[in-house]
Design a protein around this ligand. Structure first.
Ligand SMILES: O=C(O)c1ccccc1NCC(=O)[C@H](O)[C@H](O)COP(=O)(O)O
Length: 386
C-alpha cells in the first residue's frame, strides 16, 4: 500500500441504517441530491458561491454515502459473477481532515482492466454531464427527438432479403485494442458508405476518450438523412444516458451484462421500452448468457467475441454460447443473436451464421477500407445492397 495523500473516511455522527442505505430509493435520493446541489451551484456561477460549513458538510456527506453505496453495489454485483467494479473500492471521497489532506491509495484503487477503467471514467463523465443536462431537460428534449426506428425489424428484414446475417456496421474511428483504425475519419461519409453497401443498421461509437467518438457523430449521421436505425455504442452505467442517447437520435443502445447487475439491467430495459429504444444486450460468457436468459423481454442479444478485459478475440465464443440448452432457449424465446467482433471474411460470417446468429456487428474490417462500401462486399464475398 502506498500512501500518497491521506484521505480519511468517517461518518461517526450520522450513519444511515445499513438496510436503508442499500435500498434503491436511498441510492437515487443521494445521487439526485448531490446532482441538484452541483446543478444549483453551476447555474449561479456568476454569483459568488458562499460555501458555508453546512453545505460543504452536506456535499461531503453525500459523496461519502454515494461511495459507500457504490461499494455495496459492487458486492451485490460480485454475487452475480460480475467482475467489473463500478468505482474504486478503497477510496472514499477526499475529506477535509484538518491541515493535512491525504488520500490513501493502494492497488485496489487502480482499475483491474480496460473495461473497468472505461466504466470508472464513464461514471465521472456522466456525473458531470448530468449537471449540464439534468434529466428533466432531457425528458423535454425527447418530445422533439426524431421518432425511433425499428432496429430489430431492420435486421430481420435484411436477413430475409439477403439470406446472410443482417449487418450492424460500426462507425468507429479508434479503439483501445487497435488504436486508430481510420485516420481520415468523416463519420457521415462512413455511415453513408455503409448504408450504400447494404448495412441494415449502424453502430455509432459515442465515447470520446477511448474510441475518439462522440454524440455529435450520432446526431450528425441522424441529421444527414441516413435511414438505417442507429445504435448508440456507449458504456451505459446510468439510466440518464438512455435519455441522452434517445435525445441525440439513437434508436437502440448497448447494455453490457458484464457491467450491469441484474436489477440495473431490468431497470434499464424498462426505461428503454418506455422511451422507444431497442436494447442490444451484450454477453461474453456462459454466466452472462444464463443471467440474461433468465430476464424476460430481451429480444436482441449480442455475443461479443472480444473479451473486454483482456482484448482476446475468438469467434468460436459465439458458437460455444449457442450450443445445447442455451441455443434451444434462445430459439424458444425468439431472440435474435448478434455475433460481435473479430469478423473479417466470408468464412467468418458463414461460421457464425452456422452457429445460429441472424445479425453481426462489424467495425474494424470495414471501417479500415478506403471505400467502406467495398469493405462490405469483401466481408460477405458478395454485394448485399440490392
Ligand atoms: O474494441 C476494443 O478495443 C474495445 C475495448 C474495450 C471495450 C470495448 C471494445 N470494443 C467494442 C466492441 O466490441 C467492438 O467495437 C465491436 O464489437 C466491433 O468489433 P470489431 O469488428 O472487431 O471492430
Amino acid at each position: 500500500m502506498k500512501a500518497l495523500r491521506l484521505g480519511v473516511y468517517c461518518d461517526p455522527i450520522n450513519p444511515a441504517p445499513s438496510t436503508f442505505k442499500s435500498s434503491p430509493i436511498f441510492m437515487d435520493a443521494r445521487k439526485n441530491n448531490l446532482a441538484c446541489i452541483r446543478a444549483q451551484q453551476s447555474k449561479t456561477k456568476d454569483v459568488p458561491i458562499i460555501t458555508t460549513s453546512s453545505n460543504v458538510s452536506v456535499i461531503e456527506e453525500l459523496k461519502s454515502k454515494d461511495w459507500e453505496i457504490g461499494v455495496l453495489k459492487d458486492e451485490i454485483a460480485a454475487t452475480q459473477g460480475i467482475r467489473i467494479r463500478r468505482r474504486p473500492p478503497t477510496a472514499p471521497p477526499l475529506h477535509y481532515v484538518g491541515p493535512l489532506e491525504l488520500l490513501l491509495q493502494n492497488e485496489g484503487n487502480s482499475p483491474r482492466n480496460i473495461l473497468e477503467e472505461i466504466v470508472w471514467n464513464k461514471d465521472v463523465e456522466v456525473t458531470q454531464m448530468k449537471e449540464r443536462y439534468p434529466l428533466f431537460s432531457l425528458k423535454e428534449a425527447l418530445n422533439s427527438a426524431p421518432p425511433s426506428r425499428d432496429f430489430v425489424g431492420a435486421l430481420k428484414a435484411s436477413y430475409l432479403r439477403t439470406g446472410v446475417p443482417g449487418l450492424i456496421a460500426e462507425v468507429k474511428k479508434a479503439s483501445p485494442s487497435r488504436g486508430v483504425l481510420r485516420e481520415d475519419f468523416h463519420p457521415v461519409e462512413v455511415a453513408k458508405a455503409y448504408e450504400k453497401g447494404g448495412a441494415a443498421c449502424l453502430s455509432v461509437l459515442t465515447d470520446s476518450k477511448y474510441f475518439q467518438g462522440g454524440f455529435e457523430n450520432l446526431e450528425a449521421i441522424r441529421n444527414a438523412g441516413v435511414k438505417c436505425p442507429l445504435l448508440c455504442k456507449e458504456f451505459i452505467v446510468d439510466a440518464w444516458q438512455l435519455y441522452y442517447g434517445r435525445a441525440k437520435g439513437a434508436d437502440a443502445v448497448l447494455l453490457i451484462a458484464g457491467v450491469l447487475p441484474d436489477l440495473d439491467m431490468k431497470y434499464m430495459l424498462k426505461i428503454c421500452k418506455m422511451i422507444g429504444l431497442t436494447a442490444l444486450v451484450e454477453v461474453h460468457d456462459e454466466n452472462e448468457m444464463d443471467r440474461m436468459l433468465a430476464i424476460d423481454g430481451i429480444e436482441l442479444i449480442g455475443i461479443n467475441n472480444r473479451n473486454l478485459e483482456t482484448f482476446e478475440v475468438d469467434i468460436s465464443n459465439t458458437k460455444k454460447l449457442l450450443e445445447g440448452e442455451r441455443g434451444e432457449k434462445i430459439r424458444q424465446k425468439d431472440i435474435i443473436v448478434v455475433g460481435e467482433s473479430g469478423l473479417f471474411t466470408p468464412a467468418d460470417i458463414a461460421y457464425v451464421q452456422e452457429a445460429g446468429v441472424k445479425a453481426i456487428l462489424v467495425g474494424e474490417s470495414i471501417v479500415k477500407q478506403k471505400d467502406p462500401t467495398q469493405g462490405i462486399i469483401e466481408l460477405f464475398g458478395k454485394d448485399i445492397s440490392a
